[in-house]
Design a protein around this ligand. Structure first.
Ligand code: C5P
Length: 222
């Protein structure tokens, strides 16, 4: 097929989704937030008290989870068994457990399968941790994003603090550091730069500058 896939991987909260959404909007591609899928699975596991050490419980739970994206705009609207959970999956209980859940083999196998199906014969931008390495190793354009850890924590803190006044910058910083550690050291599909991914450090770049950087590199494929 000759559809175009743009794969965006990188550390937690370094602006992957901001650039992914802007690109999708500009190019009229479909944006898929793979992290939202792992978060929705985590929410289901938490709500249903799934024992992460019981493989049969995990397998059974995965069969009962139906994920769908609603594309009203270029924001992430994710449905977990027909309930929109887009806001709840951003809260701390999910953020604190998602890296543990996403390290489970059976969970990854199922998510990767669904992600590959979504990108089949469509032009997509997908962001995550293993998109350029595992999900779409043949993507036409791969980005590996990074930014200064404190800058990342400050950005995420700003997003979350209005709705979570009790949250501190330190909580957010610790959660990002912890997820990055788990995501890069796990056995299964660890976060790592694909050999052919372009590095984008956006510590000192505006969203417009980042968009221009990527558009210049994707234009040859359009
Ligand atoms: O992208 P986001 O920060 O929302 O992802 C939440 C978590 O989901 C990550 O910290 C990582 O543990 C997991 N994840 C993953 N593979 C992906 C996307 C997300 O393991 N492709």
């Amino acid at each position: 097929s000759n559809n175009i896939v743009i794969a965006i991987d990188g550390y937690s909260s370094c602006g992957k989704s901001t650039i992914a959404k802007a690109l999708a909007k500009k190019l009229h591609f479909i944006y898929i937030d793979s992290g939202a899928m792992y978060r929705a699975v985590t929410l289901y596991f938490l709500r249903n008290n799934i024992d992460l050490k019981a493989p049969e419980q995990i397998t059974a739970a995965l069969k009962n989870i139906h994920l769908n994206f609603h594309s009203r705009d270029y924001e992430t609207h994710i449905m977990l068994n027909d309930e929109e959970v887009s806001e709840e999956i951003r809260l701390m209980p999910v953020s604190e457990n998602v890296s543990t859940v996403s390290a489970i083999h059976a969970v990854r196998v199922e998510m990767v399968k669904q992600q590959q199906r979504m990108g089949k014969s469509k032009n997509i931008v997908m962001d995550g941790r293993d998109i350029g390495t595992v999900v779409f190793p043949d993507a036409q354009l791969k980005l590996f994003m990074t930014a200064d850890p404190l800058v990342r924590a400050e950005r995420r803190f700003k997003e979350l603090t209005a709705k979570n006044p009790e949250l501190t910058l330190e909580d957010v910083f610790d959660n990002l550091a912890h997820r990055d550690y788990q995501d890069t050291t796990r056995a299964e599909s660890p976060l790592t730069r694909a050999h052919d991914a372009i590095i984008l450090d956006n510590t000192n770049l505006t969203p417009d500058e980042q968009l221009a950087f990527v558009v210049e590199r994707v234009t040859p494929f359009l």
